[in-house]
Design a protein around this ligand. Structure first.
Ligand code: ZN
Length: 426
């Protein structure tokens, strides 16, 4: 188990006896804060990333969030790509929930984020989902033999005392095995104490029984699964915040349930007009054709949405004869086909609409380019859709579905190639 590796590693540095082990899981920032009895911001979380061929760990404060732009600039990458659940265990040496900067696999780089420096001491994990160690930021730098300090996170804009206070009710809920805070009855909040509470036990020298080892492994696996899902949900929420989507939902542009299990493609379009996303949606909703894409991206990067991504929108329309088979889609009764008018026997296939998300860029094919802000918004929206579905939908443009269409424009050709290859425009 990797806590043993961490214990050995820290023993060499004279710090093994400072490892705290808890009766309860500390696999997420929230759980660790409850177990340790401090505010969540002081729980040092370790995030793992692909940087080219390398694996990079960034240790940051519990309330910090990775700032994509700052990360890309600091590590000279085009995309911020976190390790998957399985990769973390294989490439870092610790399973999700216990990922920490100690005793990592050779070659893994460790950076500490400036967000940690706000505190006298912080609590990184120690290789399992129920352990931590209290260290000062400088001690942490020495103990994990960090490659350096970075400033790649953003912090919550204002302190929110209500959420950083540990309540007695919450602690007792965790002790009772209740992991869902929402179900707990809140009592009077108590002030945050920086002293460890009696919810942890010191390391015991007694050999655990096989039953205890098995039970602990099962707990760790479940905690790791929960932590991975919590991390995905957190990243999804962060990305959604960053996208700042302007929602202008229109019932008459929604043609039935797509169902996440049918999602296969992201289809890119040009609006072939210069109107803003807002007025494009009004026009779609009012012109009687009931044709629309899920999203429209303005030239300044503002993203508009008019149909939920798990609902069907008629953005792809009819495609070439044989394209249902070619793309592995089918005309489905999930699609109400409202407003559709056949355009000829050369283009009878309609399946793409039931298997895709449509994104329009405000653009006229007159030789003008696509502004960086618009392309960066598209990068991030694609990242969101990928994370939402948990896989990478194939990216095509409208003319790949219906030959003879003029979108996307010739100016987009290079970007389309990049998107289809590595999912960003550059
Ligand atoms: Zn189109």
């Amino acid at each position: 188990m990797s806590i043993d590796r961490v214990r050995e590693y820290l023993a060499d540095k004279g710090a093994a006896d400072r490892i705290l082990e808890f009766e309860v899981s500390s696999a997420t920032v929230e759980l660790a804060a409850l177990a340790v009895g401090v505010e969540g911001a002081r729980i040092a979380k370790t995030l793992s990333f692909h940087v080219g061929e390398d694996v990079v760990l960034v240790v940051c404060a519990g309330d910090a969030r990775i700032n994509n732009r700052a990360f890309k600039d600091r590590f000279a990458v085009k995309k911020v790509k976190m390790l998957s659940h399985d990769e973390a265990e294989e490439l870092v040496g610790h399973a999700v929930g216990g990922v920490c900067p100690f005793a990592v696999n050779p070659g893994v780089q460790v950076y500490l984020d400036e967000s940690l420096r706000r505190f006298d001491t912080v609590f990184p994990a120690c290789g399992s989902s129920n352990s931590a160690i209290e260290v000062s930021p400088d001690e942490l730098e020495q103990l994990c033999e960090a490659d350096g300090w970075v400033d790649v996170c953003t912090l919550p804009s204002a302190p929110v005392p209500a959420t950083t206070v540990v309540t007695t009710a919450l602690i007792s809920c965790v002790l009772l095995g209740c992991l869902l805070f929402a179900g707990c009855e809140r009592e009077e909040p108590v002030a945050v104490t920086h002293e460890p509470t009696p919810t942890f036990t010191e390391l015991s020298d007694a050999e655990p029984t096989p039953e205890q080892i098995a039970a602990r492994q099962a707990r760790e696996e479940e905690a790791a699964r929960q932590a991975a899902e919590a991390a995905r949900q957190q990243r999804l929420a962060e990305l959604w915040d960053e996208l700042d989507v302007q929602r202008d939902m229109r019932d008459n542009l929604d043609h039935g349930p797509k169902g996440a299990e049918y999602q296969k493609y992201i289809v890119l379009h040009d609006t072939e007009g210069s109107s803003s996303g807002s007025s494009v949606i009004s026009w779609w909703a009012g012109n009687g054709n009931q044709v629309a894409a899920h999203f429209v991206i303005d030239k300044d990067g503002t993203i508009w949405q008019c149909v939920e991504i798990d609902r069907i929108a008629h953005h792809a329309g009819f495609g070439d004869a044989g394209h249902n088979d070619y793309y592995g889609v089918a005309d489905e009764s999930r699609d109400d086909k409202a407003g559709t008018k056949p355009i000829g026997s050369w283009a009878p296939d309609y399946g793409m609409n039931s298997y895709s998300v449509g994104i329009e860029m405000v653009h006229v094919g007159d030789g003008s380019g696509y502004p960086e802000a618009q392309l960066e918004a598209l990068d991030k929206l694609i990242e969101y859709i990928d994370l939402y579905y948990g896989f990478e939908s194939e990216i095509i443009d409208h003319k790949m579905w219906r030959s003879g269409n003029s979108d996307t424009s010739a100016q987009f050709a290079g970007y389309l190639e990049n998107y289809r290859d590595h999912r960003t425009h550059d």
